[in-house]
Design a protein around this ligand. Structure first.
Ligand SMILES: Cc1ncc(COP(=O)(O)O)c(C=O)c1O
Length: 368
């Protein structure tokens, strides 16, 4: 028997494009008590009490069995909720799972992946995992959707967030419709925050088979820990998604919990209404400080801080980020892009959390 040859490092054995890959960096999830957590756009309120009851009911003996591979009950409920058919719905392990599946379907090799910049920073990571050529839809400070530029992108799929992240700016259906008429690939409207907006693209699905709308239970339903999201699209698209997803991609507990949340519409409406009121009050307070703040149709703001001397800029934004962190208030800072580095993204918390934030900002402005 011949001696085994020198062993290659695992990195050398991996696909070449994986060697240069950088994992997505999620917002900090701090350990311990006492944090005001306004960095990952979670819901400050708990999910419907009916969710806990549904999870408890699911958590017993039945866990020895695999979940329903098609999440049938949840698919049907989601379809009903949006006035669609179950064939138009695919449930995912968070909407990140759906975004990943869409990239797996349409990106890689010759198939370029388009995404908005600034935008959700997972899109380029997913494209890189697929070794898909990235093609960017670049915004300017107005944050308006340039339909002509978007439609001209040489990509098989185009991801953009509406309302947008990190700005909170919503895009009009009229613009999305013009894009759908002109773009040659699949348009993915990532509507993670659409429950906080006045408009959404669901009504366009009937007319445009090249549209996919993605949604999540993580934000408006307060279920980030459960990991449930979904895609809405043509039966043809949903069939493609079903071909490439894990057969048991959503566990039993998550299916049951998400269904209970969706069915408790009065609770959902009350929570969303409360968050929108807090958002609108706080946006006014930031503007009253003289801080430019994009109009938000989401559950966060994108605001350009000014220090006690009225200065703004990257050092000021970073300085406030660090001051807040020292005082156990977490927000998000994106220093790497010229359109984001003067700003902070701040999630809408409870009224008490927003008061804490405001008091620490007052302190920073006095001492800075
Ligand atoms: C724009 C956008 N899309 C998708 C997601 C992911 O949501 P989920 O928790 O459903 O994976 C997020 C999470 O922050 C997001 O900001």
């Amino acid at each position: 028997m011949s001696a085994p040859g020198p062993r290659s490092s695992l990195v050398d054995l991996a696909l070449p494009h994986v060697r240069d890959l950088h994992a997505y960096t999620p917002g900090i999830q701090p350990a311990g008590e006492g944090w005001t957590k306004l960095n990952t756009n979670e819901n400050p309120y708990p999910p419907s009490p009916k969710v806990e009851a549904a999870i408890r009911a699911e958590a017993g003996e039945g866990l020895r069995k695999y979940p329903d591979p098609k999440s049938t009950a949840l698919r049907m409920a989601v379809a009903r909720h949006h006035g669609l058919r179950p064939e138009n719905v695919c449930i995912g392990n968070g909407s990140d799972d759906i975004l990943n599946l869409l990239t797996r379907l349409f990106g890689g090799g010759e198939k370029a992946v388009g995404f908005s910049v600034p935008g959700y920073s997972l899109y380029p990571v997913l494209a890189a995992i697929q070794n898909g050529k990235p093609v960017t839809l670049d915004f300017d400070r107005s944050m308006k959707l340039d339909v002509e530029a978007a439609a001209a992108l040489p990509a098989s799929v185009l991801f953009f967030t509406t309302p947008n992240a990190p700005t909170g700016v919503g895009f009009a259906n009229a613009d999305i419709e013009r894009l759908l008429q002109k773009f040659g690939g699949l348009v993915v409207a990532d509507e993670a925050y659409a429950d906080f907006a006045e408009e959404n693209a669901v009504s366009l699905l009937e007319k445009y088979p090249n549209l996919c709308v993605t949604r999540t239970f993580s934000k408006s339903h307060g279920l980030a820990g459960l990991r449930v999201g979904y895609a809405l699209g043509s039966a043809e698209l949903i069939d493609l998604l079903d071909r490439v997803r894990d057969s048991y991609n959503v566990n039993r507990v998550s299916q049951a919990g998400a269904l209970a949340a969706l069915e408790d519409q009065p609770y959902f409406q009350a929570v969303v209404g409360k968050i929108k009121r807090t958002r609108d009050e706080c946006a006014e307070q930031f503007r009253a400080r003289g801080w430019f703040t994009y109009p938000s149709a989401a559950n966060f703001f994108f605001t350009e801080p000014r220090d006690g001397k009225g200065r703004s800029g990257p050092e000021v934004a970073q300085g406030l980020y660090e001051f807040l962190l020292k005082n156990k208030v977490l927000v998000r800072y994106f220093p790497s892009h010229v359109l984001t580095r003067n700003f902070l993204r701040i999630s809408v918390g409870s009224d008490a959390e927003m008061l804490t934030l405001s008091q620490i900002i007052d302190l920073w402005q006095k001492t800075g």
